[in-house]
Design a protein around this ligand. Structure first.
Ligand SMILES: [Zn+2]
Length: 251
C-alpha cells in the first residue's frame, strides 16, 4: 500500500496534468479547472476512507461536515433567522462528523468493497448526479467533475497495486497483488451485488453523457490538442519581449 502522502502526490500530479490539458485546449474555463483539480485530488484519497483510523477518513468527515453545514445554510439562508441557521449548521456538522462517521466505520472494513474499481466509478457517478441536480451544473461540466473523481480514485488503486509489488517484494506479491485493483469480492457476494446495483442506479440519476462525449471527440478531432503539444514559431511568445531590454528586440 502506498501511504497518504504518495496518494496525495499521485492524484495531484495526474489530475494536475489532466486539468492542464483542459486549460490548454480551452475545453473549460479557469475557475472550473481549479475545481476539477481539487476533485481529482479528493478522488485520490477516497479509497482509503474505510480505514477507521486513517488520516483521510478524519479529514474527509471533518471537511464534509463543515461543507455540508454551509450548503444547508446557503439553501435556507433567505428563509430562516441567523439563530435557526446556526442550529441547522451545528446539527448537520455534528450529525456528519460523529453520527455518520460512526455508522460508516461500523459497516465497512478497510480495503473492502470501497477499495475497488466499481466503487470508484460509483463515486464519480455520484459526483455527476450531485453536480447536475444539486448545483445546477451543465451536463458536460458535471461529467467532467465525475471523471476527475474517478480518475483520481483509479490512480490511488494503481499506486497501491504498484507499491504491493515494489515495496514488499515477492513474498507479499502473492497475497497482495491484485487486491488493490479489484472488481468486487466473491467473499462478499451481497455487498458486491449491492455495489453494482448502486452504480447502475447512480448512472440512471445522471444526465446523458452525450454532451461530454461530444465535447471530447470534438476537441480531439479539431487537432487543437495535438497542435498545442509543441511550441510554434517562437518559444514563450510574448514573454521574451517583456523581459529583454527594448534595445535588443527593436534592432
Ligand atoms: Zn489504498
Amino acid at each position: 500500500m502506498a501511504d497518504f502522502n504518495t496518494h496525495l502526490m499521485g492524484a495531484a500530479t495526474v489530475s494536475g496534468l489532466a486539468a492542464t490539458v483542459l486549460v490548454m485546449t480551452g475545453m473549460a474555463p479557469h475557475q472550473a479547472v481549479v475545481g476539477y483539480f481539487v476533485l481529482g485530488v479528493i478522488g485520490g484519497v477516497l479509497p482509503d476512507i474505510d480505514s477507521p483510523t486513517s488520516v483521510p477518513i478524519r479529514i474527509t468527515f471533518n471537511v464534509l461536515a463543515v461543507v455540508a453545514g454551509f450548503l444547508l445554510v446557503f439553501t435556507f439562508g433567505a428563509r430562516y433567522s441567523l439563530l435557526e441557521l446556526i442550529i441547522l449548521w451545528l446539527g448537520c456538522y455534528f450529525g456528519i462528523r460523529y453520527g455518520l462517521r460512526k455508522l460508516f466505520t461500523r459497516y465497512t472494513t478497510h480495503r473492502g468493497l470501497i477499495h475497488s474499481i466499481p466503487a470508484g466509478v460509483g463515486f464519480g457517478l455520484a459526483t455527476v448526479a450531485l453536480a447536475y441536480h444539486g448545483f445546477n451544473a451543465a451536463a458536460a461540466h458535471a461529467w467532467t467533475c465525475g471523471a476527475f473523481v474517478t480518475v483520481g480514485f483509479l490512480v490511488h488503486l494503481l499506486l497501491d497495486e504498484f507499491y504491493s509489488v515494489n515495496l514488499y517484494g515477492k513474498k507479499m506479491l502473492k497475497n497482495s497483488f491484485g487486491t488493490a485493483f479489484c472488481l468486487g469480492s466473491f467473499n462478499q457476494p451481497v455487498g458486491t451485488a449491492t455495489l453494482y446495483l448502486a452504480v447502475i442506479g447512480l448512472f440512471l440519476l445522471c444526465p446523458s453523457p452525450r454532451p461530454f462525449a461530444d465535447l471530447v471527440v470534438d476537441r480531439v478531432h479539431s487537432g487543437n490538442m495535438i497542435q498545442r503539444l509543441l511550441p510554434g514559431e517562437t518559444w514563450f511568445p510574448g514573454f521574451l519581449r517583456r523581459v529583454t531590454p527594448s534595445g535588443l528586440t527593436n534592432r
